[in-house]
Design a protein around this ligand. Structure first.
Ligand code: ZN
Length: 230
């Protein structure tokens, strides 16, 4: 089984029962590094078994350690304090569209942790949309039409002096007039989400677009976003 194909928590447990098997899969998908250079001396580091997982180590000829790094180092997960498995569980819950509260009680994690995670994942979706713009290209103002919202029912209304929403940092701008219908459909779930503020809206829109856009491929696209860019 590949991590790309997993559908639930139990798939994760069945497919990758040990920490080592999970790390090896993440290496295969280029989500964590599979080789590493010592930042102190420039030599290749070795992967050693540590507890039930792995750790990178550079050992000087004298037998003394030069440096060590976690397997998360250099990956998207380097900023995440929790173990990789727990992090992936949160992502799986999120892709299954569980609410924050459901994730909290299932995985026994704090409200704050889940709120942070959901925000990080929404950001990632915004980037996903920005990196794969449906129309126009980066830095261009794009009109979102039925290719994105699947219906002409709401269409593009009369031009109004509303601000544009900016998805991510790359300047893919979506005209609010055109996403009006889309927005109307998305408004309810967004409003009922805890503590949404206006500044968070772009990432919510990014998430909604990415989910609809990629459909069943959403999870695979998400994992693709975690790939180490070299
Ligand atoms: Zn070294």
């Amino acid at each position: 089984m590949s991590l790309v194909d997993i559908k639930s928590q139990s798939d994760l447990e069945t497919g990758f029962p040990t920490e080592k098997s999970l790390i090896e899969e993440l290496m295969k998908l280029k989500i964590v590094e599979s080789e590493k250079i010592c930042s102190k001396c420039g030599r290749g580091m070795e992967l050693r078994t540590r507890k039930d997982g792995y750790q990178w180590r550079c050992r000087k000829t004298s037998g003394k350690e030069c440096s060590t790094k976690t397997v998360k180092d250099g990956s998207w997960f380097s900023k995440v304090a929790m173990p990789l498995r727990q992090a992936l569980k949160i992502m799986i819950c999120w892709k299954m569209k569980m609410t924050g509260r459901q994730i909290e009680s299932l995985l026994k994690v704090s409200h704050v942790t889940i709120a942070d995670w959901r925000s990080m994942l929404r950001e990632m979706c915004s980037l996903m949309v920005c990196n794969n713009p449906p129309l126009g290209g980066l830095g261009k103002e794009v009109e979102v039409d039925e290719t994105l919202i699947h219906t002409r029912k709401y269409g593009c209304g009369a031009i109004r002096s509303e601000p544009v929403w900016v998805l991510g940092n790359d300047g893919l701008r979506v005209d609010t007039n055109c996403v009006e219908g889309y927005w109307r459909r998305k408004k309810k779930p967004i409003k009922t989400d805890n503590g949404t503020t206006n500044t968070m809206l772009p990432s919510y829109i990014g998430k909604s677009i990415a989910r609809e856009w990629h459909g069943d491929e959403f999870w695979a696209m998400l994992l693709k976003c975690l790939e180490i860019k070299k």
